[in-house]
Design a protein around this ligand. Structure first.
Ligand SMILES: Nc1ncnc2c1ncn2[C@@H]1O[C@H](COP(=O)(O)OP(=O)(O)OP(=O)(O)O)[C@@H](O)[C@H]1O
Ligand SMILES: O=P(O)(O)OC[C@H]1O[C@H](OP(=O)(O)OP(=O)(O)O)[C@H](O)[C@@H]1O
Ligand SMILES: O=C(O)c1cccnc1
Length: 493
């Protein structure tokens, strides 16, 4: 897979916030750069007021980490940076350090297409403090967007109830890179194809498309335009019928469909892009059926999203394929996921790991300290609960209690007898070497499908979904509470 490195023809090491570099410099100056640390990447709320989230972006992260290095142009740029008094921002020794920096972290992550929830560590980075720190911004940039779009695509395709959804967003997406990443994430989340040809080439996503109103308008009549299109693409005819008058457009499509049939070809369908889509799709279905085209599909587009698709389904709109652009690739109703990357522990010279916590007035903002993992309990193929736990916990106990990190009154006892359990974090890098076999994009899409089947439909509904239980195992909960209280004491002394 080729990502932005090809697009920008440069290393991506400077694709970071300046403060990561100032901290990196200060870690180096104070002799802390090689101290071992653990950071976790997680989010605090499912997007779109939904009940679940689809993880995406790991493949980009693998590329990012494998290519992590400062090239000569990066180093020259940093070496030339000046303070207000004209002195160099970064000492020469630090520039040399960056030149020799080799990615050497351990990374564990949930696989793309995994259904995830708030507080679960999606990515855990363990390694020299300076490297963990430098990865914060790019990891968040990649995961926040692709996870958001994969989730949006999942909601839209769930609303379409098995009908194909085509992603048409390129023209309205957030720039070139946003468009490419959105096409990729949309496919992972459930879309069947993209109109974005470069995404097709780069990622191996199926590309598909119909034609625009301009094609019709370039002829004297709509009928001439359909005939000419049928000549050019006898096997791929989906006629856009709403340029002048939708009912007349359907009639014209049928007329050309009959000519195609005489030549042994079948019209694939029609597309409606305006007006009352329930009304016109039903008329189209009736007319196509009556004319002997029961297999011709009705494609609909025009500012669709999961809510409109749901409404059209309730209205029994006769739509078989959904073309969705703007509201999918821009995550229109929630433009960012808000995942964060927090220090969870540092290792001391004596080998002891010290858990770290950020105290906040808002309990939702207090991170989960320590080296932890997450396990998903399920029974007969149905997920029951996720437990976040300290890595030295005995995982063979008969029962556990999990506690909602934001509300200690929400607890759940898990009797592990006859439950299946899966550790969600998979090893990706060990000491900087990739040990993970990357699935291809189609396998990732299948993983999404398989994951969604694990969850009850109550968690997937669009409005007021049932909250899936995710909690801290008791001893982790206690450690976190004690640590928060201790840090508050420090603060007030
Ligand atoms: N039966 C329906 N129920 C609910 N929403 C619908 C229905 N039919 C169309 N829509 C949605 O209503 C909105 C209509 O938007 P708008 O008024 O801009 O379109 P239009 O005037 O029909 O077409 P355009 O301006 O693109 O030529 C779109 O988001 C469309 O998907
Ligand atoms: O509506 P979206 O979900 O973004 O789907 C993509 C839209 O792009 C095209 O429209 P076009 O660029 O011609 O604009 P218009 O139809 O909105 O005028 C197409 O006909 C869809 O309506
Ligand atoms: O192929 C289509 O019909 C298409 C592609 C992009 C945007 N709107 C429609």
């Amino acid at each position: 897979m080729k990502i932005t490195k090809d697009l920008y023809q440069s290393s991506l090491a400077l694709l970071t916030d300046f403060y990561q570099l100032t901290m990196a410099y200060a870690y180096w100056k104070s002799g802390k750069s090689e101290q071992e640390a653990v950071f976790n990447l997680f989010f605090r709320k499912n997007p779109f007021q939904g009940g679940y989230t689809i993880a995406a972006g790991l493949d980009y992260i693998i590329d990012y980490c494998r290519n992590f290095s400062f090239d000569k142009a990066d180093l020259d740029y940093l070496a030339e940076m000046k303070n207000a008094d004209g002195s160099s921002t970064f000492e020469k020794g630090f520039i040399d350090y960056l030149q020799n920096l080799k990615f050497s972290c351990d990374i564990d992550a949930v696989e793309e297409g995994t259904v995830v929830f708030p507080n679960i560590p999606i990515i855990r980075v363990k390694g020299p403090l300076i490297q963990c720190q430098l990865l914060e911004t790019p990891l968040l940039n990649i995961v926040n967007f692709q996870t958001l779009i994969a989730t949006k695509a999942s909601r839209i395709t769930e609303a379409a109830k098995g009908d194909p959804v085509l992603e048409f967003g390129l023209r309205r997406a957030q720039g070139i890179d946003g468009a490419l990443a959105a096409s990729r994430a949309s496919y992972i989340g459930g879309c069947s194809a993209t109109s974005n040809v470069m995404a097709g080439k780069l990622f191996g996503i199926p590309v598909s498309g119909t034609h625009a109103h301009s094609w019709i308008m370039s002829f004297d009549t709509e009928l001439q335009a359909f005939h000419a299109y049928a000549e050019a693409f006898p096997d791929k005819c989906i006629f856009l019928v709403d340029t002048y008058d939708t009912v007349n457009g359907i009639k014209n499509a049928i007329e050309v469909g009959k000519v195609l049939r005489e030549k042994g070809k079948e019209m694939l369908g029609i597309r409606i892009d305006s007006g009352d889509l329930a009304y016109y799709s039903s008329i189209a279905r009736e007319m196509l059926d009556e004319a002997g085209f029961p297999d011709a599909k009705v494609v609909a587009s025009n500012d669709l999203d999961e809510q409109i698709i749901t409404s059209l389904k309730i209205q029994e709109a006769q739509i078989n394929t959904w073309g969705v652009g703007t509201k999918l690739v821009t995550a229109y109703d929630q433009p960012a996921l808000g995942a964060v990357y927090k220090l969870a522990a540092v290792k001391h010279e004596d080998g002891r790991w010290e858990p770290k916590v950020k105290v906040s007035q808002q309990s939702i903002k207090i991170n989960i300290p320590g080296l932890h993992d997450v396990v998903r309990f399920s029974k007969n193929g149905k997920a029951l609960a996720d437990m976040i736990f300290l890595i030295d916990l005995d995982l063979n106990k008969r029962s556990y209690t999990i506690i909602d990190p934001n509300d200690p009154t929400r607890r759940k006892k898990i009797d592990t007898n006859s439950l299946e359990k899966e550790n969600l974090l998979k090893p990706i890098f060990e000491n900087g070497s990739k040990i993970y076999n990357r699935p291809d994009i189609h396998q990732i899409k299948e993983n999404t499908k398989r994951n969604l089947q694990l969850f009850d439909k109550a968690h997937k509904r669009l409005v007021n979904p049932h909250i899936y239980p995710v909690g801290l195992e008791e001893s982790l909960y206690k450690m976190r509470t004690d640590l928060v209280l201790k840090m508050k004491d420090y603060d007030t002394q």
